[in-house]
Design a protein around this ligand. Structure first.
Ligand code: GDP
Length: 295
């Protein structure tokens, strides 16, 4: 994960980690390298610039050059800043409803259906949760089939209605079904499109209004870098979602999406997807991610 970025940051901070005497020039040079590494990882220019400016300010504020181990302090400042940028503390999901409704949104191919299954499996394994998956993609019969396959794989019931082409009605009926059958979590999988369009946004907004979910999650493919951030922004403008799910972090991603998305939409990343299998799901912990990035 983020191998390239880790390598570049390691190289940038190498001088500070090993150098006997650290000067203002070392620090400035290092921060320049850090900024370059972030830009190469597809972090937005302004975010990368603000990042290094903030680290610089903190370094000056703490008189970094006069401390006993200035190199280590600088590394810590970079790590703290990275953690802060990615969201600070880990954020859980709201499961206070009965049933709790979780609405999944995102573009087609982002990994929504796969993640719906992973989340259902994750919650089912918590023992106190009995999830129901609801198939609201009325445009692609294959999407309904896919959710059924996932449901079967993890032993979670799937509610669908192939004769109904109204996703709002299906979502509502799914929640009714959950109530009647003792499901305390309902995960609503919706239709995506290849790009953000008005019809999709209107549909997901209508479902959102009708089912008033405890959690609305936006799923995005981390491989798409700054596009992921732009799509998040477009969805957030219309949907006001609660959290981001970053998928495909097992691939050769550069890291830009993970690093920038929180500060652009001001919504936390809640989970990450790290593979195609149903157990490839992790809670997103900003500080652990920063540790991984900094090696
Ligand atoms: P949807 O159209 O948003 O419902 O997307 P899907 O759930 O169908 O996922 C699209 C493709 O991405 C499928 O081939 C999934 O197996 C794959 N996929 C989903 N999540 C991940 C992930 O975390 N890692 C990898 N490598 N592939 C994933």
């Amino acid at each position: 994960m983020f191998d390239n970025l880790s390598e570049k940051l390691d190289k940038a901070l190498h001088v500070l980690k090993g150098h006997g005497q650290i000067t203002e020039i070392n620090v400035a040079e290092t921060l320049k390298e850090v900024r370059r590494a972030l830009l190469d990882a597809d972090v937005n220019f302004k975010i990368a610039k603000d990042f290094t400016n903030s680290v610089k300010e903190k370094a000056l504020g703490q008189n970094v050059l006069t401390t006993l181990q200035p190199g280590q302090l600088m590394v810590k400042l970079v790590k703290d800043e990275l953690t802060e940028l990615m969201g600070g503390d880990a954020e859980g999901i709201n499961l206070s409803g009965n049933p709790s409704v979780i609405l999944m949104s995102g573009l087609q191919g982002s990994g929504k259906t796969t993640f719906s299954g992973k989340l259902a499996n994750y919650l089912k394994n918590k023992k106190t949760k009995k999830p129901l998956l609801v198939a609201c993609d009325v445009y692609r019969p294959a999407a309904i089939d896919q959710l059924h396959v996932v449901g079967e794989q993890i032993g979670v019931e799937v509610y669908s209605d192939r004769d109904n082409n109204d996703p709002v009605a299906i979502a509502k009926a799914g929640i009714q079904h959950a109530r009647a059958n003792g499901h305390n979590v309902v995960i609503v999988d919706t239709a995506g499109r290849l790009a953000v369009d008005e019809e999709m946004m209107a549909e997901i907004s209508d479902i959102h209004k009708a089912v008033t979910p405890e959690e609305t999650l936006f799923v995005v493919d981390a491989m798409t870098g700054q596009d992921a951030v732009n799509t998040a922004k477009a969805f957030n403008d219309r949907l006001d979602f609660d959290g981001v799910i970053l998928t495909k972090l097992d691939g050769d991603t550069r890291g830009g999406a993970a690093i920038s998305i929180k500060s652009v939409v001001n919504k936390p990343i809640k989970f990450i997807g790290t593979g195609e299998k149903m157990d490839a799901i992790d809670v997103f912990y900003p500080s652990r991610m920063a540790d991984r990035i900094l090696g």
